[in-house]
Design a protein around this ligand. Structure first.
Ligand SMILES: NC(=O)c1ccc[n+]([C@@H]2O[C@H](COP(=O)([O-])OP(=O)(O)OC[C@H]3O[C@@H](n4cnc5c(N)ncnc54)[C@H](OP(=O)(O)O)[C@@H]3O)[C@@H](O)[C@H]2O)c1
Length: 268
């Protein structure tokens, strides 16, 4: 195994890759020698990111049913192959108690967080992976493992993504490995409403003493996407600084849930 993790010359699609965790993932894959196709809604950010990574990009909402096919066609046209799919784009809306959730907003959360990953894997499977093999990594959340204040729709959709990961791992083996990562609190735009008011306090309560940076998650995704993980499928890798351990062994400091009660994310 070389330092390229066996990714040199391969092609990857990363959704939601213009900032935060997705950008770090796309950067790590490109650094390892993969050609990358990035997506996000903002066209200028997609152009900028694709140029930075010497890749290609498509602007659009992953929740749009036509988007996965368009991304697949772009990547296949540009690179002639799709070896890696990283389903990273997600929404943390609707936010609030489940008793108040509007059904349309609930469906949108599931369209973006669950249906879009399935559709993209279906397209990549039919276009390339079903014959040639590949690896899928879904970005879930540590919070999918338990309930939390105001994040019922997000958590339920991510728990569905965890199940989808296991199900696809069974259905697509041995050609395609399907795994997930579950990050704890990471310093990105999506989680700003938590870490800006409470990051230091959350960090003080974590076994590893700090909140996450996007690259903490990217390095885990790089490993799962690479041949270094060739005997790993259906796994969920917690990348959470010990958040789950803290839940089992509560210590001093604050948990993320303490802040979810008090602050809400802006709608994106
Ligand atoms: N940050 C955390 O603490 C944390 C913790 C656990 C799990 N996660 C998970 O990590 C993943 C990445 O989150 P992040 O924190 O890196 O978020 P982020 O910094 O807000 O970045 C999200 C990226 O996805 C794109 N995006 C958002 N909605 C999209 C949509 N509907 N269609 C296409 N692209 C979309 C955004 O660009 P546009 O706005 O231009 O579309 C951006 O490139 C998500 O799956 C999230 O659930 C994050």
């Amino acid at each position: 195994m070389t330092s390229s993790y066996g990714l040199k010359g391969r092609a990857a699609v990363v959704t939601g890759a213009t900032r935060g965790i997705g950008r770090a993932i796309a950067g790590r894959l490109a650094e390892a020698g993969a050609r990358v196709c990035v997506t996000a809604r903002d066209p200028a950010e997609v152009r900028r990111t694709a140029a930075e990574l010497d890749g290609v990009g498509l602007a659009g909402d992953v929740g749009d049913p036509a988007h996965p096919r368009a991304v697949t066609e772009l990547a296949l046209g540009a690179f002639g192959r799709i070896d890696v799919v990283v389903n990273n784009a997600a929404t943390n809306q609707p936010y609030g108690p489940l008793m108040d959730v509007d059904p349309a907003n609930w469906r949108e959360a599931f369209a973006v967080n669950v249906e879009a990953p399935l559709r993209l894997v279906q397209c990549a499977w039919r276009a390339w992976m079903g014959e040639h093999g590949g690896a899928v990594v879904n970005v879930c959340t540590e919070g999918a493992g338990h309930a939390g204040p105001n994040v019922g729709a997000y958590g339920t959709s991510k728990a569905a993504l965890l199940h989808l990961t296991a199900q696809l791992a069974g259905e697509l083996a041995p050609k395609v490995r399907v795994n997930s990562v579950s990050p704890g609190l990471v310093r990105t735009e999506m989680a700003r409403f938590v870490w800006e008011p409470g990051g230091e306090k959350v960090a003080a309560g974590l076994p590893l003493g700090r909140i996450g940076e996007p690259d903490d998650v990217a390095r885990a995704v790089l490993w799962l996407a690479s041949d270094a993980a060739e005997w790993v499928t259906g796994a969920d890798l917690l990348v959470d600084g010990g958040t789950r351990v803290r839940t089992a062994y509560p210590g001093p400091g604050y948990a993320v849930g303490d802040f979810l009660r008090s602050y809400a994310p802006p709608r994106s």
